[in-house]
Design a protein around this ligand. Sequence first.
Ligand code: SF4
Length: 289
Amino acid sequence: MKIEILEPFGYCAGVDRAISMAYKCKKENPNKKVVVLGMLVHNQDTLNELSKAGIETIYEEKTSLVDLIDKVDRNAIVILTAHGHSRAVEEKLEGLGIPFVDATCPFVTLTENMIKKAVFENRDVLYLGKRNHPEANAALSISSKVHLIEPKNIHLDTKYHRPLVISQTTFSNEEIANAIDVIKNEMSDVQVVESICHASTLRQNALKKLSQDVKLIYVVGGKNSNNTKTLFEIASESHPNAVVHMIQNASEINKKDLYGLDYVVISSGASTPKEITIQVKEKIELLMN
Ligand code: SF4
C-alpha cells in the first residue's frame, strides 16, 4: 500500500515560533509560573507536552481572554497566543502588573496593521472570518468600524464607507474568493487584500493537486483548529469519491476503513506536530501488515 504524507507537515512557522517562545520563557524563568492565555495550539498532545514542562494553559471556550485573566496567578508570566488578542487584554495585564510575552504570528500582525491603517483613514473594514474565533475577535476589537462577515452567510444591508475587505488567515482560498465576488457584485468601491497565510495556502494546494485515485484521506489536527477544518472541507469537495476522516491522532484510525485500499493520503493542520502525523502513517502501516 502507498501511504503519502502531504507536504508541508508539522507546525507552521507561526505556531513553531509561539511554542518556542513559551519554552524559552519557562527556561529563563524556572521558578515562575508560566501561563498560556487561550489555546497556544488546537492540539491536545502539544498542550500535554507544555503542561509537562510546567507551562499551564488557561482556556474556557465561552470566556473571553480579558475575563480569563481573572484566573491568572498575579505572579505568573502570561504567553499570548499566535492568533492575536485585543488591546484590552494587554491593558488589563499591564494594569495588574502581570508581565506577558506576545507570541502573535507575524502574518496575523500584518493583517491587523492593514486593518488599523484602514480604520485610521476612516474607512470601514469587512472582515471575512469565523464568529468567536480568537483571531477574528482580535481583529474586531480594533474598532467598531471592523465588521465581521461570515463567508458562508453574507448579508450586506449596511452602507460601508470605502470598505477594505480582508480575511482571517486560515480560510479556504476558494471560499474567500467566492465571498469577495458576492461583495464586489453588491459594492463598487471595495479594496480587497489577500490575507490567507502561506502555510494555509500550501496545505490547501497540496490537497487540490492530489490524484483522484486516492480513496481515503486522513486530515490530522485538533477538533477546534480552523485550518484543519478548512483542509477537511477542501479534501471532501476536491475528492468526492474519497472517504475523508478528520482525526486528532493515530488512536482514531479504524482498521476496517483501510480494507482493500492501495493508496492512502495524510494531510495535516498547521498546529499538528510532525510526530503525530508520522505516528498516523506508522499506525496505518502496522494495521496493513
Ligand atoms: S496558520 Fe498562518 S497565520 Fe496561523 S500561525 Fe500559522 S503561519 Fe501564522
